[in-house]
Design a protein around this ligand. Structure first.
Ligand code: ADP
Length: 163
């Protein structure tokens, strides 16, 4: 069984992430999409909410497992016998950061964890969770960015956090 992990914040999942998930799911027997709990970032959605959103958005993909993890990616991979991490690249600006993480993970895992990069579908190259959150916070149209069931969840989050 070839398994890979696609780690990220997914705060919330966008069509850009989903495109990467669908393509990676075709390449592996099992794809773990894992919400990594990052202490440096204050998320908009709780971990459980991000997991539930991802589960609903990937319900049509039989070989996708949605998970969450608090800790280092290399430890998650060691615990789950995973040797490949998937990451998406949107533009050259992603490259330096992604390269640094990939090389750190290779070093820390003593070569046990490799990172495979998939380039974004051009129509999603502008898309990031942070842009979606910002547009939604002003009530802007995000229907081209996230699955339709996520749109009201975003507006609701901003309504409840602004009172
Ligand atoms: P972000 O908060 O930057 O959107 P995440 O931590 O949730 O990112 O992203 C997980 C991975 O998905 C990263 O490798 C990121 O570069 C990638 N990614 C994010 N948005 C897209 C997109 N629109 N197209 C391709 N890859 C993407």
């Amino acid at each position: 069984m070839k398994t890979a992990v696609y780690p990220g914040s997914f705060d919330p999942v966008t069509f850009g992430h989903l495109d990467i998930i669908e393509r990676a799911a075709k390449m592996f027997d099992v794809l773990n999409v894992t919400v990594m709990i990052n202490q440096a970032k204050t998320p908009l959605f709780f971990t459980e909410e991000r997991v539930n959103i991802l589960r609903e958005a990937t319900a049509h993909l039989d070989n996708v497992i949605v998970d969450s993890y608090h800790g280092l990616l290399i430890d998650y991979c060691r615990e789950n016998g995973i040797h490949i991490a998937i990451r998406g690249l949107r533009a050259i600006t992603d490259f330096e950061y992604e390269l640094q993480i990939a090389q750190t993970n290779r070093l820390l895992s003593k070569g046990e964890l490799d990172t495979l990069f998939l380039t974004t579908d051009l129509k999603y190259s502008y898309l990031s969770s942070s842009t979606v959150r910002e547009v939604a916070s002003y009530g802007g149209d995000i229907s081209e960015c996230v699955p339709s069931f996520v749109v009201p969840l975003l507006y609701e989050k901003f309504r409840s956090t602004s009172v």
